[in-house]
Design a protein around this ligand. Structure first.
Ligand SMILES: Cc1cc2nc3c(=O)[nH]c(=O)nc-3n(C[C@H](O)[C@H](O)[C@H](O)COP(=O)(O)OP(=O)(O)OC[C@H]3O[C@@H](n4cnc5c(N)ncnc54)[C@H](O)[C@@H]3O)c2cc1C
Length: 524
């Protein structure tokens, strides 16, 4: 048995960032991770063949690069090996009619590509880019602050002072709009709209879901203005740097150590009991980087004193799942729409807003989508170090899949457990990519397929393959993430805190919930 000031359940990047800050403040921190490796959804491994390094989950580290944590600790992270690979050609969509549109960090390039679809849209794009610094200040402030009345009032006051009442209402309206509403108001080209709307599908914002417009808006503007970054050698560069910071500051990280229970006495968390039976005590805090349902049902077998909190944790809504297909390739895909597409970090295959809405609806009703949204990542186009010389990896994210399969929208795959059909569904995905990039199959040297349930096996926070650990729809975001009254990473149990994607401000590699909690506990 060991005694710590703070014990962390799980070694996701939020927990690591929180632990690093607290350890540097002199806290004795212990992190217990059930897996053999740390990093949760941010890991890089040779899933296919030796020398081919694949990002298990997150590939785009722009959120981490732009985070408050990185701003504060850039030097420390760098000294522990953090290295980014900057991306100039960020994302593009290829379309069934053979055309493509993409956003590069060079405004003239993006605008001239857009003008080929609509000169009015290109003018709108320039106007939005010009206005972005003024808008971003408020949005990033909102997304980077705790969900407390005080922080919200400060953000609202600043917004009103800088933009006036009408301007503030416009920002509020953007936050409430669906992707389609915002896109229809601003753009006319269906190709442009589909390209931008796909960012909503990285979360669970199909085109008609209220509250989703801000994600396509922020991603496309941020990529235009700042580009994107990947991790040099793999996304796990942030995990190695974070763990280096934790251990250099005296923190202890233990892998293969599943926490079976959070121990509680007199209404306060006192430590953890591992599945092995070992117990460890925490004098100041237990910080759980887990999915809410696991907290309520597994880690606190007797619940908390607050039945409302327990019920909210059990009813926490997850988003549709993801399948990941990792390919080792002889060469990058030959995109029919244009060779320039080989330079982009992401190619979206999501032909229209209607197709995306249909895909989401199919997944929500338990059907295998006939045309899933595909995010095809080409990390080696940016960072060749991830594969042997001249070879490549492809990171294929298959968005919006049901965890439990009730049917197939294409009527071809009989409902079954994912373990039995994942390879045939992966064939459907490859068939779709082949229509855009003929000859892909001949380039495949190795492949590894992770069904939504495989993702959950690797990391139980990815419930049903939900890559964002909980729907981000308005009723479960902001003051309601993970539940009303608990957006401040608190729980009804004293000294027990939640962090991670299920908590405010949600999924992504921004380390924001971990760092904000760390400052709350240990000071700035
Ligand atoms: C396929 C996929 C693609 C993604 N792409 C991107 C992207 O490109 N860019 C981006 O910004 N974000 C992306 N994301 C989202 C982002 O990676 C996650 O939101 C983020 O990494 C979650 O971090 P976290 O701190 O919540 O913890 P997690 O990464 O969820 O880690 C939690 C850890 O806790 C451990 N754990 C759980 N229960 C226990 C227990 N009882 N005992 C001990 N350990 C336990 C787990 O094993 C895991 O290691 C992606 C996610 C996925 C899955």
């Amino acid at each position: 048995m060991s005694e710590f000031d703070a014990i962390f359940v799980g070694a996701g990047h939020n927990s690591l960032a929180c632990a690093a800050h607290l350890a540097l403040k002199g806290w004795k921190t212990g992190i217990f991770e059930r897996g053999a490796t740390i990093g949760g959804a941010v890991q890089t491994r040779e899933y296919t063949l030796p020398g081919f390094r694949h990002d298990f989950g997150a590939m785009n580290l722009s959120l981490f690069a732009g985070s408050a944590f990185h701003k504060k600790y850039a030097n420390e992270l760098k000294s522990h090996g953090l290295e980014f690979a900057p991306v100039a050609d960020c994302f593009a969509s290829a379309f069934p009619d053979g055309r493509w549109f993409g956003v590069s960090n060079d405004l003239e390039k993006t605008a001239s590509r857009m003008a080929a679809f609509s000169s009015a849209d290109a003018a709108t794009w320039r106007r939005l880019v010009d206005a972005f610094p003024g808008e971003a200040e408020h949005l990033f402030r909102l997304l980077g602050a705790p969900m407390s009345g005080r922080a919200l009032a400060g953000t609202a006051w600043n917004l009103w002072r800088k933009k006036g009442f009408a301007g503030a209402l416009d920002t509020g309206r953007l936050l409430l709009s669906s992707p389609r509403a915002w896109l229809d108001e601003n753009f006319e080209s269906p190709h442009v709209k589909a390209t931008l709307a796909t960012w909503g599908m990285h979360l669970d914002f199909a085109p008609d879901i209220a509250g989703g417009a801000v994600f396509p808006y922020l991603e496309s503007m941020a990529n235009q203005c700042f580009g994107m970054v990947l991790g040099r050698g793999g996304a796990d560069t942030i995990i190695r740097a974070l763990s280096g910071m934790v251990t250099a500051a005296g923190g202890k990280i233990t892998t293969g150590a599943e926490v079976a229970e959070i121990t509680v006495a007199a209404g306060k968390a006192t430590g953890v009991r591992l599945a092995s039976g070992e117990t460890h005590t925490a004098t100041k805090a237990v910080i759980a980087g887990v999915a809410p349902k696991a907290l309520a049902e597994k880690l606190l077998p007797n619940g908390t004193s607050d039945a409302g909190f327990d019920a909210a944790m059990k009813k926490f809504r997850h988003a549709p799942g993801t399948m990941m297909i990792h390919l080792a390739l002889d060469d990058l895909p030959d995109w029919r729409a244009g060779a320039e597409l080989r330079q982009f970090a992401y190619i979206h295959l999501s032909p229209s807003l209607d197709a995306m809405s249909r895909t989401y609806q199919q997944a929500m009703s338990g059907m295998l989508p006939d045309e899933p949204v595909l995010v095809v990542g080409q990390p080696t186009a940016v960072d060749p170090s991830r594969a042997p010389e001249g070879k490549h990896v492809l990171w294929v994210q298959v968005r919006m899949l049901p965890a439990e399969i009730l049917g197939d929208a294409a009527g071809k795959i009989a409902p079954a457990h994912w373990d039995n059909i994942k390879e045939s569904y992966a064939e459907r995905v490859l068939d779709i990519i082949e229509t855009y990039a003929p000859g892909l199959r001949q380039k495949i040297l190795g492949r590894a397929v992770f069904s939504p349930l495989d993702l959950e096996r690797e990391n139980p926070n990815l419930v049903g393959g939900d890559q964002i650990c909980g729907s981000h729809h308005l009723a479960q975001n902001f003051l309601f993430r993970p539940a009303r009254g608990y957006a401040g990473w608190n729980t009804p149990v004293g000294n027990l805190h939640l962090t991670g994607a299920a908590t405010w401000p949600g999924a992504g590699t921004g380390a924001a919930s971990g760092y904000m909690l760390a400052q709350q506990l240990g000071g700035r």
